[in-house]
Design a binder for this molecule. Structure first.
Ligand SMILES: [Zn+2]
Length: 208
């Protein structure tokens, strides 16, 4: 079993959309839908002969969901997110965060919870609810593939912002504690910037 992961930074904050393809079955999912990412993600899936089966939203900050409605319309794929992230998807701009752009609302088709599984062909991802940056923040983890699709929880040299509305330092510490015990060779694909690994972030161990 193996995965192909392509990265598409898009929008004013260079938010990463990821196209994740299960190589054996060519079934694919999209992680997050930043503004302006739809065309590139769909063409890449077509080039790879992959079928996009679902759109997974890690959290509903505007820079991660600007294209959520368009991505749904163009792919016909269902959108999955945590219930606590629903307000940012169904009523963008309803959070206390300033919304610098008009964003089309997108209905959630499937609610996710910690401990559930997302199946993609031969790959199983565990859903981890990791609040702290945003109350409904979740991530996908494949232990077998050593892949963590993490949104805005963990970045090279630091964690996601907790100085914004809806954030919680206590929740972030609890979330980082769960990540600190993952195998060191797990690759982290963050919501912005380049990948890292659990082992390349020694500061994380102070949260154990
Ligand atoms: Zn965010």
């Amino acid at each position: 079993m193996s995965l192909t992961i392509q990265t598409f930074p898009a929008g004013p904050l260079e938010t990463n959309a990821y196209l994740v393809i299960d190589d054996a079955t060519k079934r694919a999912l999209i992680i997050d839908a930043p503004m302006g990412s739809t065309d590139d993600v769909i063409s890449a899936a077509e080039d790879a002969g992959a079928t996009i089966e679902l759109i997974y939203i890690t959290h509903a900050h505007w820079d991660h969901v600007g294209d959520a409605a368009e991505m749904k319309n163009r792919t016909g794929a269902p959108l999955l997110a945590h219930p606590l992230s629903a307000p940012g998807l169904t009523s963008p701009g309803s959070s206390a965060l300033d919304l610098p752009f008009e964003i089309a609302p997108a209905a959630i088709d499937g609610l996710v919870a910690d401990g559930e599984t997302v199946e993609l062909g031969e790959t199983n991802f565990a859903i981890m609810h990791l609040p702290g940056h945003e109350p409904g923040h979740t991530a996908l983890y494949s232990e077998a593939d050593r892949v963590f699709l993490g949104g805005d929880v963990l970045f090279p040299n630091g964690h996601g912002r907790i100085d914004i509305p809806g954030a919680s330092q206590t929740d972030m510490a609890a979330s980082l504690k769960r990540l600190a015990v993952l195998p060191g060779e797990v690759t982290v694909y963050p919501g912005h910037g380049l990948p890292t690994t659990i082992g390349a972030e020694p500061w994380l161990q102070s949260y154990r």
